[in-house]
Design a protein around this ligand. Structure first.
Ligand SMILES: Cc1cc2nc3c(=O)[nH]c(=O)nc-3n(C[C@H](O)[C@H](O)[C@H](O)COP(=O)(O)OP(=O)(O)OC[C@H]3O[C@@H](n4cnc5c(N)ncnc54)[C@H](O)[C@@H]3O)c2cc1C
Length: 641
């Protein structure tokens, strides 16, 4: 092989390597930017859990007052957090409620506000919402005042909600707190009533009176009246007494309702089911047969800036899926940002245990802060600010100080999006994923910190934070129960603290595996997976997640130390490298390479390089050897005789 041939091999090898890298693993900047754009649409907080296909009125800070305060109709308002699993699970039910109650909308709207969207902090704080989801009824003419933030509905069952609302709407008539002419009277029929007296005082538009038997402890008559709101030709009257009902041909069990016309004719009906919707349908059917039609019912959505969603799996997700166990700088930053802006700032009164929890959280965050230099200053100042308070601080004060400091130190964050915690679809993963990541990161940093010997410092801060601030109420309750069951306060040393959190997280993973909130692209498996850490399981072929895994805890600890090592925190998605710790700059290049190339690519590249070196050595040897062979003919290497 000639030197030229060797050179060709080398060049082709180099070219191949250059080609292999970006095409197989890297995301060129423009594609990455496109991905971020796509992701920003996916994560747009204004999207919340409800969209244009739903009959839920979407509230936000701009339209909240105008839509629900001082109106001549009531509102059922759900205060929720997009990232709360329980809220996500409840969302389909709430959509059904909104759909079913659409015919009530001239008297009651079904609305929701996303408290995870930072701009809504003020509203959620003012309404003292501490658990999610929270359902409140705000009646007509409602104005919030100290201690009065609407009536809470402590159920998530559709039938119960409907019944409670019916009761509250009927009660409004007694306090005459509205001037809505469409509001039904909800009158009951008495023993003095007759077919003709039912029409007394009614406008001539009313051609029929529907008499509905309403058993004790039921609201079926009230609800039927609500369902028939769009039918001006009919007035609904409730009858509570079986004897009175009989006057109107009603037999409570078989024929629970009747229709009376102006001529005094009465006809009883047997609806398909014993519920208000079915009663209303029966009456509607009769009216349609008489060529009577309803007013159109249309839900008017307040103006919102809802971005177009994209459910498509992004390049970013594909990239992250290759290295599922990586810990990303962007996620740690998003967790801190959400904690400060959305969770702590949203709480109305931060006093007593809550204040202590915040001080503890900021203390550990100050010690094990993954942010860059400005982020360190921010957390230091915030902590100093919060520890000044002995008794009480308001979320509003905290938010003001946070914003003042951020403006002064700006820019603080090097990234703007979730990366490892980005969901493959809107509303999946995100904050709760990043919060776990942050606490794992902090337990691992604490383990190697000589300054503190307290094995519980991070776990205690986490426990206090989750209990007092985490917007997923159900998660917080589960976590506290798990913490006492798993004896969190008896964790003996820092290594065990790291492992305690790992095991607790795995317990949650196991409980949520296959749950509605699971991202299909990121199934909840026991962590770390056999692929990420083969040596972490003593029986590597334990395939079934139901089998008790025989963990090698030393290997798990080593693995957790590794992935949370600040030197290996992945900076994919970081847009402002310059904000991060300067000493990390050298490592960054290494990290960039490892984030751009997969292990396979690295191995291929190394192989190719090794091959090229061998070829070069061969070339050199051949060259020298040829030179020696030429000597007997009287030529040296330069061809001289
Ligand atoms: C304290 C807490 C309690 C929660 N309780 C509930 C609940 O009761 N009900 C509910 O519906 N949701 C709960 N959640 C939310 C839920 O656990 C997930 O965060 C959410 O469903 C998103 O899941 P995910 O797939 O993004 O991964 P997550 O489970 O959030 O994990 C985040 C990342 O951590 C890593 N990881 C996974 N497991 C481990 C582990 N064992 N050790 C170390 N790292 C790991 C992985 O890289 C993963 O991508 C809770 C969240 C928190 C923070």
């Amino acid at each position: 092989m000639s030197v030229a041939q060797h050179l060709i091999v080398f060049t082709v090898g180099g070219l191949l390597l250059g080609f292999l890298g970006p095409s197989s693993a890297g995301v060129p900047l423009s594609r990455y930017e496109a991905t971020l754009k796509q992701q920003s649409e996916v994560e747009d907080p204004s999207l919340g859990l409800y969209d244009d296909n739903d009959k839920v009125v979407r509230l936000n800070v701009d339209n909240f007052n105008a839509t629900v305060l001082d109106q001549n109709r009531g509102a059922l308002v759900e205060f929720y957090n997009t990232y709360c699993g329980h809220c996500r699970r409840f969302a389909p039910t709430y959509k059904v409620i909104a759909e079913h109650l659409l015919p009530w909308s001239e008297v009651l709207i079904v609305a929701a506000i996303d408290c995870a969207a930072e701009e809504n902090n003020g509203v959620c704080r003012n309404y003292e919402v501490m658990g999610y989801p929270t359902l409140r009824y705000l009646g007509p003419g409602f104005q919030p005042s100290a201690g009065h933030y609407g009536q809470s509905l402590l159920t998530q069952d559709e039938t119960e909600i409907r019944g409670l609302l019916a009761g509250m709407l009927a009660a409004e008539n007694m306090t005459s707190s509205h001037n809505n002419t469409l509001w039904p009277s909800f009158h009951t029929v008495t023993e003095n009533d007759s077919a003709s007296s039912l029409f007394e005082g009614l406008s001539s538009v009313k051609q029929y009176v529907a008499v509905v038997h309403e058993p004790e402890n039921s609201t079926v008559g009230i609800e039927t009246a609500m369902f028939l709101l769009a039918w001006p030709a009919v007035e609904v009257r409730r009858v509570l007494d079986a004897k009175v009902a009989a006057k109107f041909k009603i037999e409570p069990t078989n024929l629970p309702l009747s229709l009376v016309d102006r001529k005094g004719e009465i006809k009883a009906y047997a609806p398909e089911n014993a519920n208000s919707e079915s009663y209303a349908k029966q009456i509607e059917k009769v009216l349609r047969e008489k060529n009577i039609t309803p007013r159109p019912v249309k839900l008017v959505q307040p103006r919102t800036t809802v971005a177009t969603k994209s459910g498509e799996q992004s390049d970013l997700i594909k990239e992250v899926q290759r290295n599922k166990h990586f810990v990303y700088q962007a996620d740690l930053e998003q967790a801190i940002r959400t904690v400060l802006h959305n969770e702590v700032s949203k709480v109305n009164d931060i006093g007593g245990e809550r204040l202590l929890a915040l001080q503890r959280f900021l203390t550990v965050l100050q010690r094990y802060n993954p942010l860059g230099a400005n982020g360190h200053k921010l957390v230091n100042h915030l902590k100093d600010y919060v520890v000044q308070f002995n008794e009480q601080l308001s979320g509003e004060q905290f938010e003001q100080e946070l914003k003042r400091l951020e403006a002064q130190l700006s820019p603080v964050y090097s990234s703007t999006h979730f990366v490892g915690c980005a969901g493959s679809k809107p509303r999946l993963r995100g904050y709760s994923c990043s919060l776990w990541t942050l606490f794992h990161f902090m337990t691992v940093q604490a383990e190697s910190n000589e300054e503190s010997s307290d094995p519980l410092e991070v776990l205690q801060a986490m426990h206090g934070y989750i209990k007092n601030f985490f917007g997923c109420t159900e998660c917080a309750e589960h976590f506290q129960a798990m913490a006492s069951r798993r004896k969190i306060w008896s964790v003996p040393n820092k290594e065990e603290a790291v492992l305690w959190l790992w095991a607790a997280h795995n317990e949650v993973n196991q409980r949520l595996a296959g749950d509605d909130t699971e991202d299909p692209e990121f199934p909840k498996l026991q962590f770390p997976s056999p692929n990420s850490c083969p040596e972490c399981r003593r029986s590597p072929d334990t395939k079934s997640e139901n089998l008790e895994i025989d963990w090698n805890k030393d290997a798990v600890l080593g693995f957790l130390r590794n992935i949370h090592n600040p030197q290996f925190i992945n900076r994919y998605g970081v847009q402002r490298e310059e904000l991060l710790h300067p000493s990390a700059d050298k490592m960054r290049q290494k990290r960039q390479i490892s984030s751009v190339f997969t292990d396979m690519d690295m191995r291929m590249g190394m192989l190719l390089y090794a091959f090229c070196i061998v070829m070069m050595v061969l070339a050199f040897k051949l060259f020298v050897f040829k030179g020696y062979r030429k000597k007997p003919y009287g030529h040296d290497l330069l061809g001289k005789v």
